[in-house]
Design a protein around this ligand. Structure first.
Ligand code: DSN
Length: 443
């Protein structure tokens, strides 16, 4: 690059610092991953220079001969990978993709049935009041049972009572396999569309580690940067089931993306999706998916053996939620911060029947997609479980005050002390020594 302006230099330095951080730390946020060098390369290519509103062969701008081929390749590869007849790879990310699906299938005021946020659902699955999906549509939400598994009796009861136009089967903090067959049976009873949001588990579905929604859902949405290991983006698939119910459904989804909600697609991202899809067809990817779940099981077992509680008692996927409620309400914020100081980054999360609040929740969500991409295996998971248990034991002796003002003051002081805490610093040294022996991406 020619531009040697101070601004550019500052950014390059920050990128180098971020890369260093990612290598030295252990990333356990289950929605994060690392892309291959091939995906990374196309993301900074000249494809970003081009506007391409519309679809291959039908653009509003000239000069899209090559971009058309890129998008066709991406669509064809995703179709082949999932055995679906119709794919749109243009959504900017998962949230706009879900909105586009609702826009195609519902009128404002129609009823949407999704999993509660506090029980592991996503904001775009109809979280009330503050979200588009919970405001434009009449949102009804189902929950989980005492064992943290979906309450299908409740799903059925709510479906019959409220007659939703769309039922969403999807989640962001649910440790168990989703039974799409059960969801479809309920959707059929009330003539609803079944939309599967598999953003978290796409890679597991491809690798045979999670039930596929394709035989059951009418529409399947996935982000492309989680277990799929592609660029940040999303894809919407219309299944044979969806096309059988409405042969125009694919075109309706396309129209909901543009002109409905978006402008020009991000072509470099589209190219990255095409590469990730080809990589996901490789046998090594199936091995990756198997290692992700094996690592999650090992991490869960390691923590359980050290007395750490998990929502639902474990995991069947790539993620689990540590339940801190026995130690006190709302401890997620301080434990997540302490883990970060100790070199392990995760995110605070609500637990079912949360005694705290969304900002001061009682859980920590962790998962294995990134550490598995880096080449770590079950031995490293046992070690990570040990570090997590030590951090929890060390930082939960102090309770979070109930009063909001006292709580803020406590956390400010807690963070100040944590930064120089000897135990956390010594765990960080151990973490760094191990983490730096692994690259960010390894086949
Ligand atoms: N932010 C994603 C996650 O962490 O699961 C979902 O949008």
């Amino acid at each position: 690059m020619q531009n040697k302006s101070p601004q550019r230099d500052e950014i390059v330095s920050l990128i180098t610092q971020e890369e260093d951080r990612q290598i030295k730390m252990i990333g356990l946020i289950p929605s994060e991953n690392a892309v291959s060098p091939e995906v990374s390369e196309v993301l900074s290519s000249c494809l970003s220079n081009k506007y391409a509103e519309g679809y291959p062969g039908k653009r509003y701008y000239e000069g899209n001969q090559i971009i058309d081929k890129v998008e066709n390749l991406a669509r064809d590869r995703v179709k082949e990978l999932f055995s679906v007849p119709y794919v749109n790879v243009q959504p900017y990310s998962g949230s706009p993709a879900n909105l586009a699906i609702y826009f195609a299938l519902m009128q404002p005021g129609d009823t949407l049935l999704g999993l509660k946020l506090a029980n592991g659902g996503h904001l775009t699955h109809g979280h009330p009041k503050v979200t588009g999906s919970g405001t434009f549509y009449n949102s009804v939400q189902y929950g989980v049972l005492a064992d943290a598994r979906i309450d299908f009796d409740e799903v059925r009861e709510l479906a019959h009572k409220h007659k939703p136009k769309v039922i969403v089967a999807g989640n962001t903090a649910y440790p168990f396999e989703l039974d799409f067959k059960k969801f479809r049976a309920i959707a059929d009873e009330v003539d609803a569309w079944l939309v599967a949001d598999i953003s978290h588990v796409t890679g597991l579905v491809i690798g045979g580690e999670h039930m596929s929604p394709v035989p059951f859902a009418h529409v399947v949405m996935s982000t492309t940067h989680k277990t799929f290991r592609g660029p940040r983006g999303a894809m919407i698939m219309v299944t044979d089931e969806g096309m059988a119910r409405d042969p125009k459904l694919g075109k309706k989804i396309d129209a909901a993306i543009i002109p409905g909600l978006q402008g020009g697609p991000h072509n470099a991202t589209t190219a990255g999706i095409a590469i990730a899809a080809a990589q996901a067809m490789r046998p090594e990817f199936t091995q990756y998916a198997k290692r992700v779940t094996a690592n999650a099981t090992a991490l869960a077992e390691g923590m359980l053996a050290r007395g750490v509680q998990l929502v639902g008692g474990g995991t069947e996927t790539h993620l689990m939620v540590i339940d801190l409620t026995r130690l006190g309400a709302g401890l997620g914020t301080q434990v997540a911060y302490a883990l970060d100081v100790a070199g392990i980054y995760a995110n605070k999360n609500t637990v079912p029947n949360e005694p705290g609040s969304p900002f001061y929740p009682s859980g920590i969500r962790i998962g294995t997609p990134l550490v598995t991409t880096r080449g770590m295996n079950t031995a490293e998971m046992k070690q990570i479980a040990e570090w997590i248990a030590r951090v929890i034991e060390h930082t939960t002796t102090e309770q979070l005050p109930k009063d909001l003002k006292a709580r803020r003051a406590f956390l400010k002081d807690f963070k100040k002390r944590a930064k120089t805490d000897k135990v956390l610093r010594s765990i960080r040294e151990e973490v760094e020594a191990m983490a730096t022996t692994f690259p960010l991406f390894k086949w």
